[in-house]
Design a protein around this ligand. Sequence first.
Ligand SMILES: [Zn+2]
Ligand SMILES: [Zn+2]
Length: 137
Amino acid sequence: MNPNNDFTEADRISPVYCPRCHQPIPRAVSERQRMCDECLAAQDQVQQNALAAQEQARAQVFNADTGVGPCPACSSRNVIQFKEDAGGGNKSTTIATTGVLGCLCFWPVLIVLPVLALMGSKVTVRQCRHCGHRWQV
Ligand SMILES: [Zn+2]
Ligand SMILES: [Zn+2]
């Protein structure tokens, strides 16, 4: 319970209440920590629990092993691997342009096609689910 000797004359005239449990608390206490000791401890516990849960969730993400290998940035083994276009450009636009060119004149297509094939080649990319780091293998 609140030690009553902390209450001043000002508290008796105009009491300050704890915003959480609505018990009167000494002005000095309310200025220092806003709430009464019990509520402060209870809130700390809630925050600690939330932090612990967050930490646990992070650890779970970190410790998951996808079997691909460790992340070079954070060493987590929760790494996914996928294929991506090496060119990274807008391929459909290139194809459309090639189509138009092909209609206008046939022979440039024979030159453009190998270039397209080169652009369409895939690279293997890995991404860490823990820190988001992304790299090419
Ligand atoms: Zn309280
Ligand atoms: Zn990572």
